[in-house]
Write a protein that binds this ligand. Sequence first.
Ligand code: MN
Length: 192
Amino acid sequence: MPVTLPPLPYPLDALEPHYSKENLELHHGKHHNAYVVKLNELRPDATDDTLVQIIKTASGAVFNQAAQVWNHTFFWNSMKPKGGGRPSGALAAAIDRDLGGYDKFRAEFISQGMAQFGSGWVWLVKDGGVLKVVKTPNAETPITGSAVPLLTADVWEHAYYPTYKNLRQKFLEAFLDHLVNWDFAAANFARA
Ligand code: MN
């Protein structure tokens, strides 16, 4: 079975007003879906089960489409209705230890997201046992290297323009303050 567009983990209007229904409808139904369709055109043998293997081995157009399929699914799961705020438990302790506390993490995540010139992603990852905030350009994804992603925000312009127009920083602030799914990040942290 070819790679499929996963359903969103919440209704289209569930992230209002911090992420508009129109924004989510376009981003999932048009942008994410287009990556799925193009990947299946390029690699008719690709399946949901082989997606990660393709990302780790492909290059060029196939890599770009496959990584964008995976990154977007990870991004949907990095948000939830009534999300945001501070993490707790072991993940919070690791953020204190490795990143100097939540406030410094928040500033660093926004700073890295703003520093990504053009399109890309900002991530909280665990790499070599240490938490780091990293950015990647275009479709690049930490899963091709040693880092395990815990959460991500899409900083392609299409990710925030319908809700925030040109104000990427407002989107990143709302992502952290109202949308981020720390339960998802904590589950990834526990497995990393
Ligand atoms: Mn996107």
